[in-house]
Design a protein around this ligand. Structure first.
Ligand SMILES: [Zn+2]
Length: 239
C-alpha cells in the first residue's frame, strides 16, 4: 500500500479508479485513507487534491485513531496493559492523597486515586496519569538502552528526544539527534532493541541501503522477525 507523509505521520493510502465513479471521494477508513476517482482524472489532479486536503486528512485520520484507541482501553480494574512485552494488570485503589499516583508492583500497575475524585474506573484522569508513567519509564529505559547499544556499536549520538507520534517509531537526523516514540516501551524487549539498533545504525548509514541492513543484522541477526512484529502489531501499542 502507498503512504501519505503528512507532518511526520505516515498514513496508509489507497487509490481506487473506476469509470463508474462520477466524482472524486476521499474517505477516512480505520486502517487507511482511500481516494476513489473516475478513470479520466489525472494523477496530477489527485496529487494536487491530496496536497490541498492534507490538513483535513491528518485531522480526521488522527481523530479516527483516537476513537479506535478509546474503545480498546477501558481503564478498569483487572485490565491488562502491555509493557516491555509483558501484560501488566491494572489495579485502581483509593488513597487519602490529593493526586493520582501510578507505580509498578511486580506485574501490577497500581494506580492510587484521590478518595474525592468523582470518576473512578475509566476516567480520563487515570488515562493521563498512566500515559505519563509510561512516558517516564520510556525516557529512562530507552536512554539506558541507547547508551549501552551505542557503546557496543562504537558510535556516539548527540541528543535523544522522546516523541509522541501515532505512526512513526523513530528517526535519526544527520546531526546525530535520535528521536524515539515512547509507545515502543509497550513492545517486547527485542522489538525495543531492534528499534534502537536501527536508529543507531543510521549514524553510520543515513539510508536504508543494503549496507545499512547488514549493519543492523550484525548486531541483531534475527532483526527481520522483530521488524515484522513491529509492522504487524505496532498499531496495538496504544494507551
Ligand atoms: Zn530507518
Amino acid at each position: 500500500m502507498d503512504h501519505l507523509n503528512i507532518r511526520d505521520e505516515i498514513i496508509p493510502y489507497e487509490e481506487r479508479r473506476s469509470r463508474h465513479y462520477r466524482r472524486i471521494t476521499l474517505s477516512i477508513l480505520d486502517d487507511r485513507v482511500r481516494i476513489s476517482a473516475p478513470k479520466n482524472v489525472s494523477a496530477k489532479q489527485l496529487k494536487d487534491l491530496l496536497h490541498a486536503k492534507q490538513e483535513w486528512i491528518l485531522t480526521h485520520w488522527l481523530e479516527n485513531l483516537e476513537k479506535q484507541v478509546h474503545s480498546l482501553r477501558q481503564y478498569v480494574n483487572g485490565e491488562h496493559f502491555p509493557y516491555r512485552g509483558q501484560g501488566l494488570e491494572l489495579c485502581l485503589k483509593r488513597h487519602a492523597q490529593q493526586s493520582i499516583r501510578v507505580s509498578l508492583e511486580g506485574q501490577v500497575l497500581m494506580v492510587h486515586v484521590p478518595h474525592d475524585l468523582p470518576e473512578f474506573q475509566g476516567s480520563a484522569n487515570i488515562q493521563d496519569s498512566v500515559i505519563a508513567w509510561y512516558k517516564a519509564q520510556a525516557r529512562k529505559v530507552l536512554k539506558s538502552k541507547l547508551d549501552e547499544q551505542a557503546k557496543q556499536m562504537q558510535v556516539t549520538y548527540q541528543d535523544f528526544r522522546l516523541k509522541d507520534q501515532k505512526t512513526r517509531w523513530g528517526s535519526c537526523s544527520t546531526r546525530g539527534n535520535l528521536n524515539l516514540n515512547w509507545r515502543i516501551i509497550m513492545a517486547p524487549e527485542e522489538v525495543i532493541d531492534y528499534l534502537i539498533i536501527h536508529e543507531l545504525a543510521h549514524l553510520t548509514h543515513p539510508n536504508h541501503s543494503e549496507r545499512f541492513w547488514q549493519r543492523v543484522g550484525a548486531f541483531m541477526p534475527e532483526y527481520l522477525f522483530w521488524k515484522k512484529w513491529l509492522k504487524d502489531h505496532g498499531q496495538e501499542l496504544v494507551l
